[in-house]
Design a protein. Structure first.
Lengths: 333, 333
DNA sequence: CTGTTAGCGCATTCAA
DNA sequence: TTGAATGCGCTAACAG
C-alpha cells in the first residue's frame, strides 16, 4: 500500500515515465531494467490498477451478472469464466440478483456498469432490450437471448435437445408426459417448449396442455407445480424438468408423493448432473458442457475487446447432451 | 460513458466541487440541487468509481477468494456475501483458485489485492501465515483458520457437531464407523477428526484407524477413498463425509458398490442439504446456516472498515445443525 | 453554502 | 531511449 512508480523512479534515478514504460513492456536501457526490477522487488511495488484505469479508460474488469449462485450450474459457469478471464489479465466483478425481480436485476447491472467494467457477461431474466440499449461496452448473454435485441450470445440447442429427450419418452410408450417449465417469455423455456411440441408432432401424438406447467424457475415453484400435476385426476406417467432448479423441485414432489422412479413415473432432468449420478436410479438428464460454454463466452469477449472488432453479433449455439440413466421406463399404452 | 461532473457542473453553472459535494450527500442550495438532479438525469451521469477510488484511496471493492464454486455451498456463500455487500455500497471481486495448488491460491490473492480492494474475504486452503502477514487491509477467513495467525474468522463448531453426529451413529450400535476426511492440516478437517475421536472416547469405544481416511476434499478423491474402505476385509458399517464434496464422493462409491443406505451402510453427510432432501432415503446431514455465515462475515467486515475499529481479532463460531434423515440404521453388535 | 486550487498514481504526448 | 509536462475524473482543503 502506498509505494508508487514515483518511489521506484526516485530510487533508480530515472523518471516515472521510464518506469511506467518498462512496466508496460516498453524498451528500456539494460541498466535501468535491472535497477527497476530490483526496486520493484525491494519495495514490493504493485501497479495501482485504479490509477491505471483512470488513465487508460480500461479497467480490466469484467462484470458478471447472474441470478443467485445457489445452483451449481451458475456457480460452475462463473468460476469457469473467472478462471479464463484471469488468464487474460482480467478480474471479475460478480453480481447476483433476485430472480424474477426486474428492479433488482436492473439495479445490479447499473451497479456493475458504474465500476467501469470493460465488458458485461449477463444471464438475463427480466432484462429487456431497453435496459441494455444504451450500453456501449460489449455484452455477452448466456443461456438466453433478448427478443429484438441483437447481442452476442452463447446458448444451448434447446429445441433440438428437448425434442430428443421428449421423443425418448414417447418412444418408451408414454403419452401423458408432463413438462415442468419456466415462464415461456424467457427464451430457453420457450424453446424447450417448442422442442416438446415438436416431438409430439413428429410422433403424431396429441398435446395435452394440462400436463404443461409454467412457473418461476425455482425449486419451490417447481415443487408446487409438480404437486398439482400429480394430483390431477389422470396424472402424467412421465415428467421433464426444464432446468436444474425445476428438476430438483420435481424430484422433491415425486418423493413427497411416495412415488418411485421409474416404476411409478419416468423422469428426465436438465443440468442436474451432480444429482443424477448419485440418485437411485441413475437419472437421465440433459447436460450442457460448462467448460465449452465458458470458453466460448470468454473467447467471444476477448475478440470484442479488440477495438478493431466490429463484426456482426454472434449467436453461438452449443450442443447439449442427453445422458442416459435409468429413470425412463418402458410402458404399455 | 464519458459524461463527468465537469459536464454537469457546466450545465448547471456551478463548480465541480458543488456537484461532487451534492453527489456525496452534502448540503447544497435547493435551486442547485434541483438543477443538478435534472442534469444528472439528462446526461445519464454515473459517477466514475475509478476516479473516486483514486482520490479517496477506497475502492468500495471487496475481494472474495474461494476454491472453485462447483459446490453449491461456496456458491451460496458468495452470493450471500455479495448481496449483503451490495446493500452497503460495495462491489465484489471474485476469484477462484485450484484447490490444493498453493501457487494458484497465492497468485489469486495477489491478483485481487492489486485491484486495491478495501477488504479480503478468504476461504484458505494452502494459505500460510506468511502469505498474509504483510497485508494491511482487513481479512476475514471463512470456514477455516490459519495456524499461528491471528485473524478474524467465521467458522462452524466443528468439534462439537461432528462429535454429536458420530455419537448418534455409535448409539445406533455401530462400531466400525468410517470418516472420509480432508487432510488434517486444514483446521476444519482436523477439528472434525477431533470431534470423531471425542465421540469414541466418550463412549469408551476403540478408534480403528483403518476407517479414517484422509485425502483432498474433492468428489473424485472421496470416491476413491470410499472405494478403498468398502473393499477392506471388514468394511465399515457406517460412514461420515466430512464436507459436501466428500459426502458426494462417498455416496457415489456406495452406489457403485450396489449398497443400500441405510440397510447396508449408514451415512451422515456434511453441507449437502440439496442432495439430502431428494435422496432416497432422506439423508442425515450436518448443515451450516449460510445466511448466518454471510451476515456475520459482512457485519465483521463493515466494522473493520470503520477506521476507528482496531479491536482484537474475532473468531466467530457458528453452530451447525444435525438434520435428521433416515440414513442411519440401528444395528446389533 | 460555494468556488478555487491542488493532487491522487499512472500513461502518454512531445522534445531532447 | 529518456524525461518534463499534462490530464484522466474526482474529492478535499481552504478561502470567500
Amino acid at each position: 500500500m502506498g509505494v508508487t512508480i514515483k518511489d521506484i523512479a526516485r530510487h533508480c534515478h530515472v523518471s516515472t515515465s521510464t518506469v511506467s514504460k518498462y512496466i508496460n513492456g516498453g524498451k528500456v536501457r539494460e541498466k535501468n531494467k535491472i535497477a527497476i526490477d530490483e526496486a520493484i522487488q525491494l519495495y514490493n511495488f504493485k501497479t495501482n490498477a485504479i490509477a491505471r484505469g483512470l488513465k487508460t479508460k480500461r479497467s480490466s474488469l469484467v462484470g458478471i451478472v447472474v441470478p443467485t449462485l445457489d445452483s451449481a450450474f451458475f456457480g460452475n459457469i462463473v468460476s469457469g469464466i473467472e478462471a479464463l478471464l484471469y488468464k487474460n489479465g482480467f478480474s471479475s466483478i460478480i453480481s447476483t440478483f433476485i430472480p424474477g425481480d426486474p428492479v433488482s436485476e436492473n439495479r445490479k447491472i447499473e451497479f456493475v456498469l458504474e465500476r467501469s467494467v470493460d465488458a458485461l457477461v449477463l444471464v438475463p431474466i427480466c432484462t429487456k432490450r431497453l435496459d441494455l440499449e444504451g450500453i456501449t461496452i460489449p455484452i455477452i448473454l448466456i443461456d438466453r437471448v433478448i427478443d429484438d435485441f441483437a447481442c452476442d450470445s452463447v446458448t444451448p440447442n434447446n429445441i433440438e435437445i428437448v425434442e430428443k429427450a421428449t421423443s425418448k419418452i414417447i418412444e418408451a410408450g408414454h403419452k401423458r408426459i408432463a413438462l415442468v417449465n419456466g415462464f415461456d417469455n424467457i427464451t430457453p423455456f420457450r424453446d424447450r417448449l417448442k422442442g416438446y411440441y415438436s416431438a409430439f408432432d413428429k410422433h403424431n401424438l396429441p398435446i395435452i396442455k394440462e400436463y404443461i406447467s409454467f412457473g418461476e424457475a425455482s425449486v419451490s415453484e417447481a415443487y408446487k407445480m409438480m404437486n398439482r400435476l400429480l394430483e390431477l385426476r389422470v396424472p402424467p406417467t412421465a415428467v421433464i424438468g426444464a432446468n436444474s432448479s425445476l428438476s430438483l423441485g420435481v424430484l422433491l414432489s415425486i418423493k413427497e408423493h411416495g412415488l418411485l422412479i421409474p416404476e411409478d413415473i419416468s423422469f428426465i432432468g436438465f443440468d442436474c448432473y451432480d444429482l443424477a449420478i448419485v440418485y437411485r436410479p441413475l437419472l437421465t438428464t440433459i447436460e450442457q458442457d460448462i467448460q465449452q460454454i465458458c470458453e466460448n463466452v470468454v473467447g467471444l469477449l476477448l475478440r470484442r475487446l479488440q477495438k478493431s472488432d466490429s463484426s456482426p453479433k454472434e449467436s453461438i449455439v452449443l450442443k447439449a447432451t442427453l445422458i442416459e440413466g435409468n429413470s425412463v421406463a418402458q410402458i404399455n399404452g
